[in-house]
Design a protein around this ligand. Sequence first.
Ligand code: MGD
Ligand code: MGD
Ligand code: SF4
Ligand code: MO
Length: 746
Amino acid sequence: MAFNLTRRKFLQTASLAAASVPLSKVVSANTGVTKAPLDPKGTAGDKTVVGGICEMCFWRCQLVGKVRDGRLMKLEGNPKSIDNGIKICARGNAGVKLLYDVDRLKYPMKNVGKRGAPKWKRISWKEALDECGSKLKSTVDNYGAQGICVFPHGASAKYPMHYFERAVGTHNVSEASFFQCRGIRDTAYVATIGKAPGEKVDMPNTKVLFFIGDHLGENVHVSHIKQYIQGLQNGAKLIVADPRFSASAAKADIWVQIKPGTDTAYMLAIMNYLVKNNKYNKAFVEDHTEGFEEFAEAIKGWSLEKAAKECDIPAAQIKEVAEMLAANAPHVAIHPGRHVSWHGNDFQRERALACLTGILGAYYVKGGWVPPKGPKVKGVSWAKEDHGHKYNLNFNHEEDEKIYSNPPPGTPTELIRDCAISGKPYPIKSCVVWGQNPMQTIPNQQKMKDLFNAMDFVMCVDVMPTDVTAWADILLPEASYLERYDYIKKGTQWDLSKEHQQYIAARMPLVPAMFERKDQVYITNEIAKRMGHAEKIPVRTIEEMVDKSLASANLSIEKLKAEDGIHIQPGKDPYGIPEDFSVILYNDDLEDSGHPPAPTYKPVPGNPKGFARLLYGRAPVHTFNRSQNNVWLNNAMPDNPVWVNDEVAAKLGIIDGDTVGFVNSEGVKSRTTTTVKVTPGIRKDCVYMYHGYGSANPLLTTGVGTGVDDQSLITKLAVDPETGCHGMRNNFVKLIKDGKVLDIPA
Ligand SMILES: Nc1nc2c(c(=O)[nH]1)N[C@H]1C(S)=C(S)[C@@H](COP(=O)(O)OP(=O)(O)OC[C@H]3O[C@@H](n4cnc5c(=O)[nH]c(N)nc54)[C@H](O)[C@@H]3O)O[C@H]1N2
Ligand SMILES: Nc1nc2c(c(=O)[nH]1)N[C@H]1C(S)=C(S)[C@@H](COP(=O)(O)OP(=O)(O)OC[C@H]3O[C@@H](n4cnc5c(=O)[nH]c(N)nc54)[C@H](O)[C@@H]3O)O[C@H]1N2
Ligand code: SF4
Ligand SMILES: [Mo]
């Protein structure tokens, strides 16, 4: 069921272009206008500085900088890269504007006003570090190491995170990439194939690409997009399950406009059809799976008709998808997804994806799930110390077992928040935020504020005055990714079937850090000295950390520089099933912890009358909230129009461009308004907006108040029962126009 072309054109979405065109011609996402070159003189004659690694998002594309008189003029993909190559995306280009953003944090600051309504006073690094060290130490002295909670994210938060976990000894660490992003995926695949899947689908060489909610093209990771486009160019069929006509749906051969939250039922029906009709891969199942009989028995009730009703899609289309997968197996790429914290029933969906890949025999084969064989480089950080389970909030001491059986590393966010707010089972009195913006990353902003208000001390390390920084007592300015060294980036050539190669790169500064910005090793070590951990410090400087790590691969910073920032060496053939590889279709351990041993569908709460489900996703030229103040990116996509179904809009009397606000089913109103995008490309029972808009901090002079903050409307919590991770798509909204609340018609 290919989507009709006129509609396709009409609904054309953004941004793939941004990843694949030459840098000088980056196309603005919603205008199609070609940006003027950065400098009319061009960059010929500028010094090319190697060793850049992008962190406008977490994909870490390799860069070079064009530098003139000490000033970074332009960023480009490093031509030596066998990953992103010379290509970088719109956000990657706009890194220059982060570097020189006038609103950036420049000096250590102390809040002499209130948390949430700060008055900032510039202080010296010594004063700031003394205060952080003494306040954190006093928390440990009075309440134990577990009295500190940490909200880290990104490369710059690794070293401090290890410090607080390993040397200080707190379990209370909640990383956004795990508990609000991909943690569920990783642990569901670990429970099925013994390892986290990454996004390691061999897209260039596949015959069928199957995306369940992935919206590649709006979700932009350059080498991943290259793989995806190459796959399509090589003739792969594309199946996209999404309630919305996403950028990927626009390219799909089959668009499955599924009812949100029902994907597991959909997967179960596909698998049951394959089993019942003997269309699964018998040889693979025999050699490399466990529990097939029990699995087949457990899913046998999922007829096409039953799933069709549950998922609100045609039974014939489910069959068509199953047939397409079977006809092309094992060369099918079932994408494990990345942001999978959706509805609070997500572990089961991810298990289902891993099992479907298994019964199709699509592991370690061309076009299937294939982990590239990258180089070995040893990490250097704080020594691992075992602090036991005693104060682990995810450990029930009476029963001597975990509360959530399959959590990702760290402690589930909600356990930390509940403990910090209630003081039970023990007090948490200090909070360290490093490279995370929990105000817009974690659902229920009121609860986040309650946590901060329950603290004796809050410190925050950031580069911009984003919303969370307003809750800090001490705010420390970090050098940005363009001004500092940090961790190694390694991998293989982006197309796995081409000459096998491996690469090793390390982030190096393209320009020196300006103002008083410092790096993670400096800040962490200075705090560690003040907390009495001087003797445990593993490296004195961040250069030393990088050099030591590189030494494990017979490299050094100097050698890497001489190799244009990237070391390339021969790689290994990634295809071929390892002998001990097994797909656990029926998992007894899960059963022992009280969870279904075979993938099981758990329905999610339906829409309350008059409300639409609030869905969200990536803005193609922004990264969450972090890029909202970037003048180029703000110029390209200044706000986040809400997608409203055309028939619904007609009934409500709403037209394209109308200004609306929102109220959710718990009575919480949006702080700001946005415009309406009327479209047939969204289900009638949902609305959709790009995530990360509507910043509240007035210090973000470009990004403040533009668009609506989706997180402000996500107040009802859903926690995944196996992992403790958040589900965020169980909130429902009505529109408010001209002060009038509009009921969404059923
Ligand atoms: N409602 C909703 N919630 C979501 C999501 C969603 O789509 N919708 N997405 C989820 C996903 S997939 C993820 S990964 C998380 C992302 O969650 P976050 O990582 O919290 O998101 P960012 O907006 O990138 O905010 C990170 C913070 O780090 C700061 N920062 C940027 N660079 C640096 C640096 O070099 N050093 C330091 N110290 N700080 C830096 C930014 O200014 C910002 O304050 O959010 C999750 N939460
Ligand atoms: N431009 C850009 N690219 C990014 C990022 C960014 O901030 N900006 N962030 C990066 C990060 S950290 C991550 S984790 C990834 C996330 O990227 P993805 O994992 O691709 O994103 P999601 O937010 O899970 O997917 C959003 C899509 O899911 C659909 N959807 C909503 N509910 C359902 C449902 O119940 N079922 C199905 N089948 N679909 C549903 C939405 O309509 C939307 O199209 O993107 C990465 N790439
Ligand atoms: S995908 Fe874009 S923003 Fe992300 S690292 Fe690569 S160039 Fe930077
Ligand atoms: Mo993410």
